[in-house]
Every structure is written in C-alpha cells, then in structure tokens.
Design a protein around this ligand. Structure first.
Ligand SMILES: Cc1cc2nc3c(=O)[nH]c(=O)nc-3n(C[C@H](O)[C@H](O)[C@H](O)COP(=O)(O)OP(=O)(O)OC[C@H]3O[C@@H](n4cnc5c(N)ncnc54)[C@H](O)[C@@H]3O)c2cc1C
Length: 250
C-alpha cells in the first residue's frame, strides 16, 4: 500500500485500540497486535505513542516503534521488558486479547523507508532497536524490492534475538538480504566472533555496497553513538546515517 508522506494532522488524534493477539518473542520481549479502527497506515520505521488509562483515570504514555509493514487498521508492536518500568511490564506480562488502550501517530519523518528509495540499505540494531528495522525488512520483502539490505543485529545472547526464526527464513528467501548477528555477552559454541560490544570489523565499509547505502541505526543511546562513530570511520557519509534512540545509554 502507499501511505502519503505528509505529516499527521495536529493535534494528532488518539485512536482507540484493542489487543487482538500477543506472543512472546523471547523470555522478555512480547509482540502485541492491535486492532485500530480508522488507523491511516504508517511507513516502515515510524513509531506511535501508546496511552494506557487506569480505572481511576491515571494515564501513562510511552513511545513504541511499529514492527509491522505498512497496513491500515492494524499495528504490531514488540516491547522489551524494562523490569522497573511502568508501561512495558503491562504490555509484556499482562495485556490480554480484548484489552483496550489508545494510540497516536504515526510519528517520524526521517527514520523511515519505502520502496521509492532505490539505494542499498544498511540496518544496525542494538537490542529492541531491531523493531523499526524489522518493519523495513518486512516491507522490502512484501513489495518484492531487491536492492541490497544488510542487517547487523547486536543482542546480548542468542536467547535475546527477537524475530529469530523469521530473520533466518527471510535471509534465505529474500534475494539481496543479509543478516549478521553479534552477541555482546555470549554466543553459540561455534561462534567465531568473541562476545563483546560492537567493533569496527562488525560493520561493513561504504565500499562494500554497489552504491553508498542509506544507513539506519537504532538502539540505546550508547550503542547508537558507537555505531555512528564506527560508520563514519568506515567511509559512510554522516548525512546518510539516520539514527533513533530507545532509552538510557548503556
Ligand atoms: C522513538 C522510540 C521508539 C521506541 N520503540 C520501542 C520499541 O519498539 N520497543 C520497546 O520495547 N521500547 C521502545 N521504546 C522505549 C519505550 O518508549 C519505553 O521507554 C520503554 O518501554 C520503557 O518504558 P516503561 O514505562 O516500562 O519504563 P519507565 O517507567 O519509562 O522507566 C523506568 C526506569 O527504566 C529506565 N528505562 C526506561 N526505558 C528504558 C529502556 N528502553 N532500557 C533500559 N532502561 C530504561 C528509566 O530510566 C527508568 O529508570 C522506544 C522509545 C522511543 C523514544
């Protein structure tokens, strides 16, 4: 589908949303599917505000990237548990089919991809920063785009990789899609790379692509800063690097 590139109307309306389905992706990350009547659609990479309202009228609002490829009337989010948090424990541990909340958006004018962009794409994800990048991978597959897409995904351990089966499958069936995983705390027994934070050799140089890629980096602030520094050192133009930060630096 095509979604207009214009900004949403201001003030942005809140849409009532209903939990349609939910499942665990890892022990601490859960995908929540929302039915949102009137939802206008979104671009891959955009995010939404989610508002929860308690019985006494108390509200809490947080931001979540949309994990699904663009579609109308439906939103898929994937939420990583922040143990001491207010909203993520409810979305990961408590939200049930039929529960109601509100969403506002779509939000984000720069951190988005669609098939009108012909350049190769480099995606760099730290932890749950993979969510908006997965929307791009899913959208590329859905529209049959074939330019090189290279996802470098840093997770604590293999158990922390969100969308693991889908990523394995897509990397085998989508021409031009490459997925590299790296682990910061512990990998698989046959892993050649020593566990550890992102290193220069983990990211491809600009000349590894047939043309300079558009680069999307998403994750905790410290991860995003480290990745951007490495990318510039490997010849990527800072103007081609689009970043989104998810939480406190780590
Ligand atoms: C543009 C954008 C997109 C986002 N997309 C996603 C997404 O797709 N999936 C997702 O899981 N989260 C996403 N987030 C993060 C999300 O908005 C919340 O910050 C997160 O879910 C924590 O909310 P909470 O209410 O559980 O914790 P809070 O009650 O807000 O925080 C409680 C404590 O945890 C710390 N904390 C807050 N956030 C984090 C964090 N991410 N990591 C570690 N500690 C934290 C706080 O400093 C605080 O001390 C996104 C954030 C932004 C800005």
């Amino acid at each position: 589908m095509t979604v207009a590139w214009s900004s949403p109307p201001l003030p942005m309306p809140w849409y009532p949303a209903r939990v349609e389905d939910a499942w665990l992706e890892t022990r601490t990350a859960r995908t929540v599917v929302l039915d949102v009547p009137g939802w206008p659609g979104h671009h891959a990479g955009q995010h939404v505000d989610v508002r929860l309202t308690a019985d006494d009228g108390y509200t809490a609002t947080r931001t979540y990237s949309v994990a699904s490829a663009p579609e109308t009337g439906r939103l898929v989010l994937t939420v990583q548990l922040v143990t001491e948090g207010e909203v993520s424990p409810w979305l990961v541990g408590e939200a049930r089919e039929g529960d109601e909340l509100e969403v506002r958006g779509p939000i984000g004018g720069w951190f988005r991809w669609d098939e009108s962009m012909p350049e190769p794409v480099l995606l760099v994800a730290g932890g749950s920063g993979v969510v908006p990048l997965m929307a791009m991978v899913r959208h590329r597959s859905r529209v049959g785009a074939t330019q090189p897409f290279h996802l470098v995904y840093s997770a604590r351990t293999p158990d922390h990789v969100i969308y693991t089966n889908e990523l394995f499958a897509l990397a085998r069936t989508s021409p031009g899609l490459r997925v590299d995983r790296l682990y910061t705390r512990g990998g698989l027994p046959d892993e050649a790379r020593e566990p550890g934070r992102l290193r220069p050799e983990d990211l491809p140089a600009v000349d590894a692509f047939p043309a300079p890629p558009v680069v999307y980096v998403c994750g905790p602030s410290g991860f995003v800063e480290a990745a951007a520094g490495i990318l510039i050192g490997k010849g990527h133009d800072s103007g081609a690097i689009r970043t989104e930060r998810f939480g406190p630096s780590s």
